[in-house]
Design a protein around this ligand. Structure first.
Ligand code: CA
Length: 386
């Protein structure tokens, strides 16, 4: 059952109610042959479809999923039974401000919206106070105002996911009171989220940069890459985030050198358990906007292996800002693991061509990682009154 919303209006006010939709097969061309089942959902709210009520349906078995909201907005999905989607039960794929479908259809949406915006019947519909040109959020996402309540959702395939979401702003959608069962297996949502700290103390050596004296490298830290002999990285008292001292690194980029071309310092090595999750954070600021720094945990033995946590690129501005990453140390046998892997160190690099980077309060702690279901529940959903 399909509808779309390239004109902002077409699907609004539609009700898909009390149907039994089952074994949607789909038929398509894949790897040189016509195949079925192929690329099908039971209910497909496509291309910005908005303002649809999907209520009280039983939707069973479809190859791709049982319902798909493709940049859907202002839809209510309530009191349905979704059972036996193959890839996932529910799919939500948002556009962003730069998605070609959005930029292509936006003029049509605005024209249609403005043609009815002053009419009471249209104004009374959900979120019709939002002009299409005001629909993009500050992070570029668009898909808002959807409500998923009191559905019963059951997966039957061991590989299936409960939900698959893409460019989906959790805090602008509501998802609550759904009953989910996956045959006793974990409920997969594709979401990861850090839980509580497991470490009582900071595992980063001298991460507060309070040990040492101004004008020299902090205690327990040393150069990893000093691209020119005059490059400086030293403790300073003039600008810090916490305590008395911080680390200052001055720009010394050797742009023509293909690698090892910018100042990089590391802490001394320390042991960490393998196969565990950690949070690495640091306070950073720079003498000018948009300077590039890097922060990572690394482990290596020369000529044997190199491993580093990612992502690690940071854009630093002129105000102190906390940058943090969550990652896992490789467990034995996992990608990135090496039999000689024992010690790790914290690494800070400064890629700026000019100016200085200030670093303070580097913190490394082992953390609990929530499972995908707990992470999904912990998202900052819109709260609805039921
Ligand atoms: Ca400090």
């Amino acid at each position: 059952m399909y509808t779309g919303g390239r004109d902002w209006l077409g699907s609004r006010g539609s009700v898909i109610r009390y149907n039994y939709i089952h074994d949607s097969l789909g038929y398509g061309f894949k790897d040189g042959r016509w195949v079925s089942p192929h690329y099908a959902w039971g209910i497909y709210l496509d291309d910005n479809a908005g303002g649809v009520d999907v209520i009280g349906n039983v939707v069973a078995r479809a190859i791709r999923g049982l319902i798909h909201l493709h940049n859907g907005r202002d839809n209510r999905v309530e009191n349905n039974v979704f059972i036996g989607g193959a890839l996932q039960q529910i799919e939500c794929s948002g556009w962003t401000a730069t998605t070609s479908d959005w930029t292509e259809f936006l003029p049509t949406m605005i024209k249609a919206y403005e043609s009815v915006a002053e009419q009471p019947a249209w104004r009374a519909m959900r979120n019709m106070h939002i002009h299409p040109s005001k629909a993009v959020l500050s992070d570029g996402k668009i898909m808002t105002g959807n409500v998923f309540l009191r559905n019963i959702v059951m997966g039957t395939d061991p590989q299936t996911k409960y939900v698959s979401v893409h460019q989906f702003p959790f805090e602008h959608n509501a998802w609550d009171y759904n009953l989910v069962w996956n045959g006793g297996r974990p409920v997969r949502t594709g979401q990861l989220k850090a839980g509580r700290d497991l470490s009582d103390t900071n595992l980063a050596p001298n991460g507060s940069f309070e040990d040492g004296r101004p004008g020299v490298m902090p205690t327990d830290w040393h150069w990893l890459i000093r691209p020119v002999p005059t490059a400086t990285a030293e403790l300073v008292a003039e600008d810090r985030s916490g305590g008395r001292l911080a680390l200052r690194m001055d720009a010394a980029l050797v742009a023509e050198q293909p690698r090892d071309n910018h100042p990089t310092v590391t802490s001394k090595g320390f042991e960490l358990p393998l196969g565990r999750h950690f949070r690495l954070s640091a306070h950073m600021k720079a003498t000018q906007p948009n300077l590039k720094a890097s922060l990572m945990l690394q482990s290596y033995v020369a000529n044997a292996y190199f491993w580093a946590s990612t992502p690690n690129e940071i854009t630093v501005g002129t105000e102190w800002k906390n940058c943090e990453f969550v990652f896992k140390t490789p467990a034995p046998g996992e990608k990135g693991w090496h039999e000689q892997m024992r010690t790790f160190n914290v690494r800070v690099g400064f890629r700026g061509a000019q100016g200085s980077l200030f670093v303070d309060d580097i913190t490394l702690k082992e953390i609990e990682m929530l499972d995908e279901w707990s992470a999904w529940q912990a998202m900052e959903w819109t709260v609805t009154r039921t």
